[in-house]
Design a protein around this ligand. Structure first.
Ligand SMILES: O=C(O)CCC(=O)C(=O)O
Length: 229
């Protein structure tokens, strides 16, 4: 593992893990995502939460040793997997995600998401776009509640400096770990081809999140190795 990973993450708010999954593994994950969605009667593009609950393949993917190692360097010894989702842009649906940070959706302790390309991703089919270092900046989110296309919290376009935007071109199987304050968006998919991505989210399990119903009573319990230390 690259010893500079944590430093890069702290500076830029993201790191890229090239070929976390190889081509064949990424193709299998996409096929499994399609199977899960079909089984649940989903046939249109969008965002679908709960892949690791629906399929052991995604649970295993979320705990990939190389990913777990990288997350451990960034988050610490208590990496907690929270949830995952697939973002599916079909050949006929071309929505791009608007500029936003994830923090206003998650609240509480900081969360760390991993965007994994299940198709090669380029600007024409909706690759991820980010502003390096923006997780250190203080910016107000605009409330877009009630808008049909979702994303109730967004950044204003005028708060994004076009000169600092980086398009993250990714090959199938590449993974991008990013901070929940990083400004990010995605291009619309104008390619006429599908673009699938898997996004898994993690946090430091020692930090409380009292805003979450399920986590109101959550706190860290040390196992025997810590108690005897
Ligand atoms: O894959 C994409 O289009 C971006 C999705 C995204 O930014 C998000 O779900 O926070």
């Amino acid at each position: 593992m690259d010893a500079r990973l944590k430093e890069q993450f702290e500076t830029n708010g993201y790191v890229v893990l090239k070929q976390l999954f190889n081509e064949e593994e990424a193709v299998l994950l996409k096929a499994e995502a399609k199977r899960v969605l079909e089984k649940n009667g989903v046939d249109k593009s969008g965002v679908y939460v709960g892949m690791a609950v629906a399929s052991p393949a995604f649970k295993e993917a979320a705990a990939h040793p190389v990913l777990a190692n990288a997350l451990g360097q960034i988050i610490g010894d208590h990496v907690l997997f929270l949830s995952d989702k697939v973002v599916f842009k079909s050949a006929s649906t071309d929505f791009g995600s608007p500029w936003h940070q994830d923090y206003p959706y998650w609240h509480g302790s900081h969360k760390f998401s991993v965007w994994i390309a299940l198709d090669n991703a380029v600007p024409e089919n909706g690759c991820l776009r980010i502003v390096p270092g923006s997780h250190h900046e203080d910016v107000e989110h605009a409330d877009f509640t009630g808008r049909e296309e979702g994303f109730t919290n967004r950044l204003r376009d005028e708060d994004i400096d076009p000169g600092r935007i980086v398009d993250l071109i990714a090959s199938r199987g590449d993974a991008i770990i990013f901070h929940d304050l990083l400004f990010h968006a995605s291009h619309p998919n104008s390619s006429g081809e599908e673009r699938w991505a898997l996004i898994s989210t993690y946090k430091d399990g020692t930090l409380e999140d009292p805003d979450y119903g399920w986590a109101k009573a959550a706190f860290r319990v040390d196992g025997p190795s810590k108690q005897n230390a």
